[in-house]
Design a protein around this ligand. Structure first.
Ligand code: FAD
Length: 468
């Protein structure tokens, strides 16, 4: 409690007790920072979001989020978590131009030589550009009365108690902004390990898996007849070709097309080279569209060298009043589209932790966040290890699961139940053990036997058709 001298209504000078404002500071106003601010606003009197960039008031790319120029898919699990935090946000996105549809019925998932079975799955996808989604979320957060954005401010360090056992605020040059809780949501380039080390704490263990990924993205005009009205094509890179592509319908009647290369030369940025690269993908769908439609704007290219995970949950000592979230905790190979969903799930977990109080908050939050990250991390890394160049231990279990997943895709070409199980896991709606459930495994087994039995007949039919 603070004492403050005020005049009462008779004009006498009296001392009032006024409560200290309990304040939280979030560093970074990208997806993780915004979602964290939303959750903190329920518990703290004031939440201040500090952002290095100037924050746009409309849908715009910005320097601090260069990945915003590239295709961003939101997993169904992420959409559900966003709905929990901002009820009605999916409908708001759609009314502003986002595209919504069934992830399996209206999309082409080309895996292991053919597309997954198509059917009404009830898994709803929401397609829009990254700056569009960020602006909708940012405007929702702006509407919270106790959240204040301060942009054009780069945090340079942390302020701590004399014993360094509690973070008491952030430093911006010489100035200190005091707060009860500081959350680092500064993304992959987070300085938390260095800031903590400077105060005598050990750095968190860092796991790094080289993925040698290159993205080239272009936008095109979308015509109604493209892909017979489907909203998405996903062609992941395979160990043999190492090239893949994603094409998603976006707001404003556009396609975003990202061509991906694993451990090889990037897709060229010039239009002819881009279209030619799309011809070399394992399936023709993207090429068939991009060779016909009008390009919009220039290409953007980026490299993503490695997935990185920082194990804060393993630290024995950690100051009070400090958390790290989003990409600053773990940043995944973006092919799997997990980053925003994980940030949303971490925000929901933080809400749960705060509901139990603030005592021992960091230990409880990092433990929950680590469980959240375990699943997408093991899925992404396990799959990346199919590429011979990916670094990391290839245990017998990883090799077995990868072999099983290859067979699962084959069964999913014609078995909706198997495809559904896979996409529930891929969308972070069910744990990975779900695809190993005996009911699913039996269908995978029989599905593969059936394909083998049918293969000669299919080849014969194809042969006789071609001969005619
Ligand atoms: C090429 C690429 C494609 C991707 N595709 C997908 C996808 O399809 N689906 C998906 O879900 N995710 C995808 N991701 C991941 C996704 O972008 C992130 O997971 C998501 O943005 C959450 O990140 P974040 O908010 O933790 O950090 P970031 O988005 O990196 O934001 C960090 C913020 O902190 C600010 N900042 C940094 N330092 C300071 C400082 N010192 N002071 C103040 N502010 C600071 C930055 O300006 C920025 O605004 C992709 C990532 C990449 C690189």
């Amino acid at each position: 409690m603070n004492n403050e001298l005020r005049s009462n209504f008779l004009g006498d000078r009296v001392t009032y007790k006024i409560p200290n404002e309990e304040r939280a500071v979030v560093i970074g106003a990208s997806m993780a920072g915004l979602l964290t601010a939303r959750v903190l606003a329920e518990r703290y009197d004031k939440v201040i979001v500090l952002e290095r960039d100037e924050l746009p008031t409309s849908v715009e790319n910005r320097r601090g989020v260069p990945q915003g120029l590239h295709t961003h898919g939101l997993l169904a699990g992420g959409r559900e978590a966003l709905e929990q935090l901002f009820p009605g946000i999916s409908a708001e996105c759609v009314s502003n131009g986002a595209i919504s549809g069934d992830i399996l019925q209206e999309s082409r998932w080309f895996m292991e030589g053919a597309c997954h079975a198509r059917f009404a799955s009830g898994l709803t996808g929401l397609l829009m550009t990254r700056p569009f989604l960020e602006s909708v979320v940012r405007e929702r957060v702006r509407r919270l009365a106790n959240v204040e954005f301060r942009d054009n401010i780069a945090v340079t360090g942390l302020a701590a108690s004399p014993a360094k056992d509690r973070i008491t605020g952030v430093t911006v040059g010489e100035e200190v902004l005091e707060s009860s809780l500081v959350v680092d949501a500064t993304g992959r380039g987070s300085r938390s390990p260095q800031w903590l080390e400077a105060m005598g704490y050990p750095k968190p263990e860092e796991e790094r898996v080289e993925v040698g990924l290159r993205y080239t993205t272009r936008f095109f005009k979308r015509r109604q007849e493209d892909l017979d009205g489907d909203m998405a094509v996903i062609i992941p890179p395979t160990p043999s070709g190492k090239r893949g592509g994603v094409m998603l319908a976006q707001e404003g009647g556009r396609w975003t097309v990202t061509l991906i290369s694993h451990f090889g030369p990037a897709a060229p940025a010039d239009l002819d080279g881009f279209v030619e690269f799309s011809r070399t993908l394992p399936a023709p769908y993207i090429h068939e569209v991009v060779r016909r439609v009008k390009p919009q704007g220039d290409a953007s290219s980026t490299r993503f060298p490695a997935s990185v995970r920082r194990h804060y949950e393993r630290l024995k000592r950690f100051p009070q009043g400090y958390l790290v979230t989003g990409d600053a905790l773990s940043s995944f190979n973006p092919i799997y589209g997990q980053g925003m969903t994980v940030a949303a799930l971490e925000a929901v977990a933080l809400k749960g932790c705060l509901a139990e109080g603030t005592t021992d908050l960091a230990r409880r939050f990092f433990a929950r966040a680590s469980k959240i990250v375990d699943i997408p991390w093991s899925m992404a890394v396990g799959n990346d290890l199919r590429m011979p160049e990916t670094t990391g231990p290839r245990s017998a279990a990883v090799r077995m699961i990868n072999a099983y997943i290859g067979k699962l895709h084959k069964a999913a070409h014609h078995d909706p139940a198997v495809a559904f199980a896979f996409h529930q896991v891929g969308n972070l709606l069910r744990p990975p053990s779900h695809i190993l459930h005996p009911r699913v495994a039996a269908r995978v087994f029989w599905g593969n036997l059936r394909s083998r039995a049918l293969a000669p007949a299919v080849a014969g039919a194809l042969g006789s058709n071609l001969a005619q």
